[in-house]
Design a protein around this ligand. Structure first.
Ligand code: AMP
Length: 146
């Protein structure tokens, strides 16, 4: 069992473990669903952030949200992709975290999400924190002698 001595692990700040914004694939508000699907398919990511022109986080868009929006009665209506804006299909409920927060808060959120978007006080996108990175740190921590 993880003991109370792991307090220092939970107190670790997330700042050093963020994938910075310039390395994160994203789409922009106003982009169409065809472009978003291309980005998602080419990168292989399940979801990517949607940013506005000032780089502020507006939502998340996933392959599933896009295909869901073009589901017809008996076929997928791919021809509609250019006419659909990511603004209309994206999820507005984005799990976010600030650079000054710690692993405890991150782990609480990462139970239900694959990754978190890191934003500053103006909601400007700073990067992402993935579940994989935190799991790696936890594994390192548990296997090292204390
Ligand atoms: P991973 O733990 O690396 O598999 O990443 C989990 C999820 O985080 C991916 O499916 C993406 O939705 C997102 N993600 C990770 N890295 C990036 C990146 N460089 N750009 C955009 N999204 C990412």
């Amino acid at each position: 069992m993880i003991s109370v001595t792991s307090k220092d692990f939970f107190d670790t700040l997330i700042a050093d473990f963020i994938v910075s914004s310039e390395k994160v694939a994203h789409v922009q508000l106003g982009n169409n669903a065809e472009h978003a699907l291309l980005v998602l398919t080419k990168t292989g990511y399940s979801a990517v952030p949607v940013l506005d022109m000032k780089f502020r986080l507006q939502g998340l868009v996933s392959t599933q949200m896009i295909t869901d929006s073009i589901l017809g009665m008996d076929h997928i209506e791919y021809e509609r992709l250019p006419d659909i804006k990511v603004d209309d299909v994206m999820d507005l409920q984005v799990p976010t975290i600030h650079q000054g927060e710690n692993f405890q808060r991150a782990m609480d959120l990462l139970i239900n999400h694959n990754f978190l978007c890191v934003v500053d006080d103006e909601h400007t996108f700073v990067g992402i924190l993935t579940r994989r990175v935190i799991m790696k740190q936890l594994k390192k921590y548990l296997y090292q002698p204390h």
